[in-house]
Ligand binder design. Sequence first.
Ligand SMILES: NC(=O)c1ccc[n+]([C@@H]2O[C@H](COP(=O)([O-])OP(=O)(O)OC[C@H]3O[C@@H](n4cnc5c(N)ncnc54)[C@H](OP(=O)(O)O)[C@@H]3O)[C@@H](O)[C@H]2O)c1
Length: 345
Amino acid sequence: MPHSPRKRIIIKKPGGHDALQITDDRIGPPAPGEAQVEVKACGVNFADIAVRLGLYRAAKDLYPLTPGLEFSGVVREVGEEVHEFSEGDRVFGVCRFGGYASSINCPSHQLWPMPEAWSYEKGATFAVVYLTAYYGIHHVGHLSEPDKVLLHSAAGGVGTAALHLLRINGNFCAAVVGRSHKREAAAKAGADLVIDKETQDLWAEAEKASPEGWDLILDANGASTLKGSYEHLRPQGRLIIYGFASMFSPSGKKNIPKLLWYYLKTPRFSPFDLTTSNKTVAGFNLIYLFDKVEPFRKIMEILLRWDAKGLLPSMPVKSYAFEEAAKAHRDLESGQTIGKLVLTI
Ligand SMILES: NC(=O)c1ccc[n+]([C@@H]2O[C@H](COP(=O)([O-])OP(=O)(O)OC[C@H]3O[C@@H](n4cnc5c(N)ncnc54)[C@H](OP(=O)(O)O)[C@@H]3O)[C@@H](O)[C@H]2O)c1
């Protein structure tokens, strides 16, 4: 097929919201092993903000760059060696950037057929948060049955997905939220206890709920909570680090003094203390694992099975028009959102 017209958002140079520029260009045919997808919706993730600001290491030398790590749509064409999909199939997928576009060429192993009952919004908001939550809880966090879990930012995208997964396992989970209006969402998603940082002292409440400490703490805040999280692990407890949201500013701009301050405030864990207190600190970033086909496809198989059985309640999703990407970023940076944000095309 000849080159087809498409719309995409390009970040020529990292910056504020106006760095997200809509551009018209053309997409070439899919390479061998790829499928071309006409994108109907793309998920907005916190990582997209880091990419826009030039703070995401995996994107460092890739500008000009189209952000976006996940999407859903319809297969328009398949490249050589692709046998599992054909024109017209509804699919969802993950990509190492490029999702904010009306079409994308994507390796077929990063695509899945979309269940019939799913909307495009659901398809574009499922993969990143559930894969992250599952990988963090089970693969890195080694969750076992009696573990007590403390989950930061529990009403956000990954947080809500983690609550859904923890509810399936039946572990006791304290969900921490930064604003009172998120309490209800965290409770509905399955929290046994909600700690509201706007009105409560986080660590006093955490100690009251589990005086012996926590077996598993999931922390994507970074400097604002990492030290406390580490201190509140019980022996054999695991602290899983997967983000640094507290480094960012609601202004949508890179705040260098704040970044420096947070960098200096980020704890460096002592090997001596780790061994004497029997604690584990681990971190991961899903994006470096997108090419590890097998583990991901296995996790997705489990997630899709659970979803088909009705074990994953619906995720709150707020939709924006493609042209409103900057507004979606602004809202996510405000720290006020619940669940996921999605751009529809
Ligand atoms: N490593 C990985 O593979 C991976 C994959 C996906 C996501 N992540 C990370 O996981 C976290 C959650 O991602 P998400 O897309 O689902 O976002 P999200 O949780 O929906 O939104 C981010 C949340 O972080 C909290 N936060 C703390 N300080 C903040 C600040 N200065 N500005 C804005 N928000 C702040 C806010 O919740 P509260 O105020 O309620 O705490 C906010 O709602 C992010 O840190 C992201 O980078 C990592």
